[in-house]
Design a protein around this ligand. Structure first.
Ligand code: R1P
Ligand code: URA
Length: 289
């Protein structure tokens, strides 16, 4: 069945609506970054860049690193943007742009996030790296999809109970990252469970001028333990990435440069340098696998 013009939206050059890409512009290994300027910070290490485009916060460059073709795509901030980026990346490989139909043989992408994050456990220091083995979504994006058995219901129920989580904030969802991709990033990485939230300030327990609905929430998050798993860090994309990649049939892993530690109150003195170290490590880990 042909997809309607209002659902699968192509620009006048045939490219997909937000990312502005045609299928030939995308590699099957994709690095996502939040910050559009971080795309260049990754591709400066490439042998060559074959293609560049930017529309809104979605900046893409495709090229080769040590002979491997990789696309680097900026997502902007939040799981609302992850909804756009994941659906459009999937369309680029799994929808025929001429017939506007879903292909019979589907392609699976490897999607690796290089992002920043704040640790919530004191033993995970600023300027360290963390690979997210699972993502907990305090946002509601994934609930709009038929999720089947992709989410861990027991984990979710334990969160609601132990955190005394008020229903008007929604229902947390928990999704695992891809274990094969996670195994590429072991040496030099902490691992943990990443809490993805729908904001940076109140939702992550930061108080500037506004008081919080539950001032104890971050302490409860830090103390929470489900079958030996502790929540390690806070950011704004991982759970949405894991949910959509499982539903669409792609492999995703989220790598975090820890720039803040909420337990000790520290922030990195040179977060750009830490992110640069994570970029170099990630590129070499991709090549080694
Ligand atoms: C907030 O400052 C942003 O930083 C983190 C959060 O997930 C959020 O997107 O990731 P990025 O550095 O990749 O944007
Ligand atoms: N990004 C976040 O979302 N939170 C932090 O504390 C640091 C980076």
């Amino acid at each position: 069945m042909n997809l309607k013009a209002s659902e699968f939206i192509q620009n006048s050059d045939g490219s997909i609506y937000h990312l502005n890409l045609l299928p030939q512009h995308l590699a099957t290994t994709v690095i996502t970054v939040g910050d559009q300027d971080r795309v260049q910070a990754v591709t400066k290490y490439f042998d060559k860049v074959e293609f560049k485009i930017q529309k809104r916060e979605f900046h893409t460059q495709t090229g080769t690193y040590k002979g491997k073709r990789i696309s680097v795509v900026s997502t902007g901030i939040g799981t609302d943007n992850i909804d756009i980026v994941y659906n459009e990346l999937d369309a680029l490989v799994n929808i025929d742009f001429e017939t506007r139909t879903v292909k019979e043989n589907l392609t699976s992408l490897d999607i690796i996030r290089i992002g920043t994050s704040g640790a919530i456990q004191p033993e995970i220091p600023v300027d360290s790296f963390l690979v997210s083995l699972a993502g907990i979504g305090f946002d509601s994006m994934l609930h709009f999809y038929e999720v089947g058995d992709v989410i861990d219901k027991g984990f979710s129920q334990a969160l609601v109970k132990d955190l005394n989580y008020t229903p008007n904030k929604g229902v947390p969802y928990v999704v695992n990252g891809d274990t094969q991709l996670a195994s590429w990033f072991k040496d030099g990485y902490h691992s943990g469970v990443t809490l993805t939230n729908c904001g940076f300030y109140g939702p992550q327990g930061r108080v500037l001028r506004l008081q919080l609905q539950d001032p104890e929430l971050n302490d409860k998050i830090a103390a929470f333990n489900y079958k030996g798993q502790k929540i390690t860090n806070l950011e704004m994309e991982t759970a949405g990435m894991y949910g959509l990649s499982k539903l669409l049939g792609h492999r995703s892993i989220s790598l975090n440069a820890i720039v803040a530690n909420r337990a000790t109150g520290e922030f990195s003195r040179d977060s750009k340098k830490t992110v640069d170290h994570l970029i170099k490590a990630t590129l070499d880990n991709i090549i080694a696998n």
